[in-house]
Ligand binder design. Structure first.
Ligand SMILES: Cc1ncc(COP(=O)(O)O)c(C=O)c1O
Length: 386
């Protein structure tokens, strides 16, 4: 394992104040505050305070954040829509598809975060027929299960890049091949993967790649983005829409529903301005550090978690193979919320999800952080009923 990453770890850590006193291991849930993201929030507050409103500057910030997300996924800003949550981004996309023709089926991966599943189910009112592909006992979904579920009646396959429960990462390219072989679109919720490694949306084969910013992208709630493959947006006529989805939002014509070119037709109302300041700062920082270098480092931290966890007799959920893993590592436990609280009392911030406690290191984590978190977890679990 690399002793240090290919960026200045100490300098990066110095910009995250909580690291002086705690070990945040919950990047799968909420990133810690950092100097750059705090400064970005303050820049908005200062602008609001000084100018009351400065829409030219604020809209320029929204566009800069859109461009930053585009750069993060290797795409073009014209192919990125700004949303307020992954739920809203997914709902906008889903409401833009037509389920009245021969492609009315929606196939949904069992590895979706529930909100994405809910959005697809809500399309049944409009003629969609939803089929779920369950996660198998080993915590994964083999490609053949998708292949068996998709047919020429399928409009879209929805498959999260990383399973939020156990950190299993699927190969988007292979999943896309299966969807496209039958003419279906592929919707990918990449919330649990973006920011942990380099990701190239155009090369991935996905038709949509959505994410919010408060996890590994170092941001806050209230903003999300969705990249749409060039040429695909024009097939969408979202019922969930608003004035920012128009050709000219400032035409102020309530009698005309025209669709902006490209992904912008998925924009809705007044954009989340303060959140875009913060989102941009977080994404820009990650890009400066280098996503490949972050990927190498978070991979090493995850491997250390798995190895160290097993050495301490802890039960790791999901696959072991590094290529199939995000940094988030789930350990089985009976009462994950009690474990989260007990870890917090020991200075380790973890994330409870159902029957597991998740430890999610990021670019700022050290091997010592990982070892201390594992020690604390082993101690807490030793005192818990099995
Ligand atoms: C993979 C994934 N998708 C979506 C969400 C939630 O998205 P939002 O609250 O932005 O709708 C989460 C977690 O909060 C998640 O882990």
């Amino acid at each position: 394992m690399n002793a240090r990453p290919d960026y200045d770890l100490d300098a990066a850590r110095a910009r995250i104040p909580i690291l002086a006193t705690r070990i945040p291991m919950n990047a799968c849930s909420q990133a810690p505050q950092s100097d750059p993201t705090r400064a970005a929030a303050e820049a908005y507050l200062d602008s609001w305070g000084a100018d009351v409103m400065d829409w030219d500057r604020w809209m320029a910030e929204v566009e800069a954040a859109r461009a930053e997300f585009a750069a993060l996924v290797g795409g073009d800003p014209a192919d990125v829509a700004v949303a307020t949550s992954v739920s809203q981004a997914t709902a906008s996309v889903a409401s833009g598809l037509d389920y009245s023709g021969r492609r009315y089926r929606v196939v949904v991966s069992g590895a979706e975060f529930p909100t994405v599943g809910h959005v697809w189910l809500a399309q049944e009112r409009f003629g969609a027929e939803v089929t779920h592909v369950p996660v198998r006992e080993d915590g994964t979904i083999p490609l053949e299960d998708y292949a068996a579920a998709i047919d020429e009646r399928t409009a879209v396959l929805s498959a999260a890049h990383v399973y939020y429960q156990n950190g299993w990462k699927q190969d988007v390219r292979q999943v896309a091949e299966i969807a496209h072989a039958r003419g279906a679109l592929l919707y990918v919720d990449a919330y649990q993967s973006l920011g942990t490694d380099a990701f190239d949306a155009p090369a991935s084969g996905a038709d949509f790649v959505a994410s919010g910013n408060l996890k590994y992208l170092m941001g806050i709630p209230g903003i999300a983005f969705v990249w749409v493959r060039p040429g695909v947006a024009e097939r969408l006529h979202p019922a969930l829409t608003g004035w920012f989805g128009r050709v000219d939002p400032f035409a102020f014509d309530a009698t005309r529903l025209d669709w902006a070119a490209g992904a912008r037709r998925l924009d809705m109302g007044t954009p989340p301005v303060m959140e875009t300041y913060v989102a941009r700062a977080g994404m820009e920082w990650l890009r400066e550090l280098g996503l490949e270098a972050i990927g190498t480092w978070t991979g090493a931290m995850a491997a250390r978690l798995i190895e160290g966890g097993e050495e301490r007799g802890l039960t790791v959920l999901g696959p072991r193979d590094a290529a199939q893993r995000s940094p988030s590592t789930a350990f089985a436990c009976a009462d994950s919320h009690a474990v989260e609280a007990a870890l917090r009392a020991r200075g380790v911030i973890a994330s409870a999800r159902g029957p597991a406690i998740r430890l999610a290191p990021h670019f700022y984590s050290t091997p010592e952080d990982v070892d201390r978190a594992l020690e604390a977890l082993a101690e807490v679990l030793a005192g818990q009923p099995a």
